[in-house]
Ligand binder design. Structure first.
Ligand code: SF4
Length: 506
């Protein structure tokens, strides 16, 4: 029997979560750099450059890769010959304690995103616990842990289906991925679970995402299992969709596709697909009773040297003097560098503002959207000399239902977020002569460096969902929907799908 000390397990969980908050897995960095090198779409290449630069900056600053520091998902395999030293805590208790310590680390506090009573009050638990823990008893004398911090934007795009046994999985995936939009912050990975029962397929899909990126190795093999053949087919065909980084159109949408399967009922074919995003964060460790796990810091040469260039066509924008006449000259796809003040707000703030508008109540003091931009963000708390912690965009689609009253009644002229807008929202933007700008999801630390001042102006009790006023300098964004309603998330993938069909060999 091997005795594992509970404290070793808990502190290993804490260290692992801190580590993955600022270190991408090396296989992810390498695969993204390869995709960057071969990318021909300027907008997608630019987005990948920002993600790679953000990756290096986060590692150097030991601050989160993304403002969404995720929901912790943990697979624990416990050897049958393991004994816990005190036996007083469950594995769920120990993982949760590790989460609490990791997310409240004063040197690198992580954003607490977990709410309890999800169908009701949705109150933040304050410490990012509880985690989602899967425990399996296995042969052996050790404890093996695979742990991830999964972003909400990518988790929200998960899909499940019960296919007929004769239905084609590839066809379902190729029909489904375009409908997922860009809120999962591609390029990333797809984890696909097939078989078992529907909940088994979901667990398999999540577990598949814990594996390293190795599609290139698979391509060099001469024979393939069913799962491997499916991975290769899906990898090529999903990339041929032309969705590209951040949904802007391009050659690479997925860096790998992972498939895991299990025996199933003769009448069933459950399939679950879960995407992993630009903030892919997971790590594995083993405990053998000799102490806590050790995580070797990554050396600076793990990252490629990339200079992000804004190009000559970039337009510099003064947010403090902006009018509708100014924004009418911006074209979809154009890169802007924003300087001046903007207001922030996401789900909870939008709900309160639109309720106030419905009831003809005044907005809180300091909240004046006249000729202003709103940035959809929930930043990480600042530490040391930071103005604000990592502060990348959140998925704009969730704010669609609030957009018409915001544009019609507040004087707001533009929004900044990530991913596409719904058709009705694009119509509203066009109708009001406004714009939607896109920042790169997964480049949160890089974006935060453009924020020079930050103060909460309303709803402080909402924590990261409060309304802030940010003063930014040269904040990079792309015009995603212009005043004419031209929409890069529609045109980009269309153009690149045709280009790939015509010019790029699968
Ligand atoms: S990269 Fe995108 S999907 Fe992933 S955690 Fe960050 S915001 Fe969420």
């Amino acid at each position: 029997m091997v005795a594992i000390a509970e404290e070793d397990f808990i502190s290993s969980i804490t260290q692992a979560l801190q580590f993955i908050s600022y270190y991408h897995p090396k296989d992810f960095i390498d695969a993204l750099y390869q995709a960057y090198q071969k990318e021909e779409s300027p907008a997608a290449k630019d987005a990948m450059a920002q993600i790679l630069m953000n990756s290096k900056m986060s590692a150097q600053g030991r601050r989160p890769l993304c403002q969404d520091t995720g929901i912790v998902t943990c697979f624990v395999k416990v050897g049958m010959r393991v004994r816990w030293k005190t036996g007083l805590q469950t594995i769920q208790d120990m993982v949760d304690e590790g989460v609490r310590r990791a997310y409240s680390d004063p040197d690198n506090p992580l954003r607490a995103s977990i709410v309890n009573d999800p169908a009701g009050t949705r109150k933040n638990t304050g410490d990012n616990a509880p985690a989602v823990v899967h425990v399996e008893m296995v042969q052996g004398e050790g404890v093996e842990v695979m742990i991830a911090a999964k972003g909400g934007g990518s988790e929200n795009k998960s899909k499940m289906v019960m296919l007929n046994p004769s239905d084609d999985i590839v066809e379902w995936v190729l029909n489904t991925v375009p409908k997922m939009g860009a809120g999962w912050c591609p390029p990333g990975m797809l984890g696909i679970g097939i078989g078992g029962t529907v909940e088994k397929a979901a667990v398999l899909a999540k577990e598949a995402l814990m594996e390293p990126i190795d599609i290139q190795t698979l391509q060099n093999k001469t024979t393939h299992t069913t799962e491997e053949a499916l991975r290769l087919e899906l990898y090529h065909k999903v990339n041929q969709l032309g969705i590209g980084a951040q949904g802007l159109g391009g050659l690479t949408t997925v860096l790998d596709v992972k498939v895991k399967s299990a025996p199933t009922h003769a009448a069933s074919k459950p399939v679950v697909m879960i995407p992993n995003c630009a903030a892919t964060r997971h790590i594995h460790f083993k405990l053998d009773g000799t102490g806590a796990a050790y995580f070797e810091p990554m050396s600076a040469d793990a990252w490629p040297e990339i200079e992000w260039e804004t190009g000559e066509q970039v337009r510099r924008v003064n947010l403090d003097t902006l009018t509708k006449q100014d924004i009418a000259t911006w074209k979809a796809g154009e890169t802007l560098l924003l300087s001046g003040t903007l207001l922030t707000g996401r789900d909870a703030a939008h709900k309160r503002i639109t309720q106030a508008l419905e009831q003809n109540q005044p907005l809180p003091a300091g909240v004046d959207f006249k000729n202003k931009m709103i940035y959809y963000v929930g930043p990480v708390d600042a530490v040391r000399d930071e103005v604000v912690g990592p502060a990348g965009p959140t998925t704009s689609t969730r704010m669609d239902k609030f957009t018409e009253p915001m544009l019609a009644k507040t004087g707001l002229i533009g929004m900044i977020g990530k991913a596409e807008r719904g058709q009705q929202t694009v119509e509203s933007i066009k109708k009001h002569g406004c714009v939607y700008l896109m920042a790169v999801g997964g480049a949160a630390y890089l974006v935060s460096k453009a924020i020079k001042k930050a103060k909460v102006v309303a709803f402080a009790e909402l924590g990261m969902e409060a309304i802030y006023e940010f003063e930014v300098q040269d904040m990079p964004v792309t015009v995603a929907v212009d005043v004419q309603g031209n929409n890069v998330h529609e045109t980009g993938p269309q153009i690149w799908r045709v280009k790939i069909e015509n010019f790029v060999q699968p």
